[in-house]
Design a protein around this ligand. Structure first.
Ligand code: HXC
Length: 291
């Protein structure tokens, strides 16, 4: 099987569904190693799930196989009780240069619509554990959309964000028009989507798209550090906090406040809420059990 897959790969990129099924069945069923991503656990307590996009020759273009592997890795981290936060990153040159244009080039409307093209990308935005995008280099099209599906975006100082789909005769299809507009406001989102122009890390920080900018070599360590800080808290309470913040994008203020109040009340059903407040009163560090 390995020789067969290798010879197919030599004939061209292993993007056909047959090759993907062969390689994925062989490589993913054991939980890795993967073909398009590197997966690890980082931090002193190995409590930060780490996914690195690994298609350097294609600037981490997000082919179907890559996104399927990402979904599998996220499922594994979600089920791993040691992991309290997840970092997604790319290379110094590219977080991801978008969905794979070569894979999309000959697709028909019928295939896209009938096959619900890209629906599995949503997995990134449905993970309960906090996800941090660490963006160096290009985050374009689907790459920018992938970063925006994460909960926190940190950028390296040479990062560039953009939605250049208009230059390809299409529009963003994985939340770009929606999440970008909510993050940076209408005028800048319109400008980026309608011109295809990119913004720098500094502009992204100024406009609220990213929360912090770091020198390139410090970006990933800082993202892992942030992940470790989050992972030290109660996982169940972090999930509630994430759910409440995300609700701000979906609900009216009154509905959002009501949901927040219910979730706040729900924290009183947990051992960790009791432990957190007891630890404060007893002037010691809380020892959360995720209960
Ligand atoms: C497939 C890609 C790719 C992509 C780059 N490559 N982006 N392959 N899909 N999105 C490949 C190139 O074909 C080339 O491989 C190699 O990566 C290096 O790219 P170059 O163009 O030679 O590098 P450079 O001149 O440095 O330019 C970098 C770049 C440019 C500015 C990022 O590659 C670029 O504009 N890429 C496309 C960006 C884009 O339009 N993204 C949106 C995609 S649509 P070969 O083997 O050919 O030399 C999208 C839709 C989202 O994301 C909808 C929902 C998900």
């Amino acid at each position: 099987m390995a020789t067969f897959c290798r010879s197919l790969t030599l004939l061209g990129r292993p993007t056909s569904s047959l090759v993907y099924r062969l390689t994925a069945a062989r490589q993913c069923s054991s939980g890795g190693p993967y073909e398009y991503i590197l997966v690890d656990k980082k931090g002193e307590n190995k409590n930060v799930g780490f996914i690195q996009l690994n298609r350097p020759k294609a600037l981490n273009a997000l082919c179907d196989g890559l996104m399927k592997e990402m979904g599998k890795a996220l499922d594994d981290f979600e089920a791993d009780s040691q992991v309290g936060a997840i970092v997604i990153t790319g290379s110094d040159r590219a977080f991801a240069a978008g969905a794979d244009i070569k894979e999309m080039q000959n697709r028909t409307f019928q295939e896209c619509y009938g096959g619900n093209f890209l629906s599995h990308w949503n997995r990134v935005s449905t993970v309960k554990k906090p996800v941090i995008a660490a963006v160096n280099g290009y985050a374009l099209g689907g790459g920018c959309e992938l970063a925006m599906m994460c909960d926190i975006i940190y950028a390296g100082e040479k990062a560039q964000f953009g939605q250049p789909e208009i230059l390809l005769g299409t529009i963003p299809g994985a939340g770009g028009t929606q999440r970008l507009t909510r993050a940076v406001g209408k005028s800048l989102a319109m400008e980026m989507v309608l011109t295809g122009d990119r913004i720098s890390a500094q502009e992204a920080k100024q406009s609220g798209l990213v929360s912090k900018v770091f020198p390139i070599d410090q970006l990933v360590p800082e993202a892992v550090k942030c992940g470790e800080k989050i992972a030290a808290h109660s996982k169940i309470i972090s999930a509630m906090a994430k759910e409440a913040v995300n609700a701000a994008f979906e609900l009216t203020l009154a509905e959002g406040n009501r949901l927040e109040k219910r979730l706040f009340h729900a924290t009183f059903a947990t051992e960790d809420r009791k432990e957190g407040m007891t630890a404060f009163v007893e002037k010691r560090k809380a020892n959360f059990q995720d209960q």
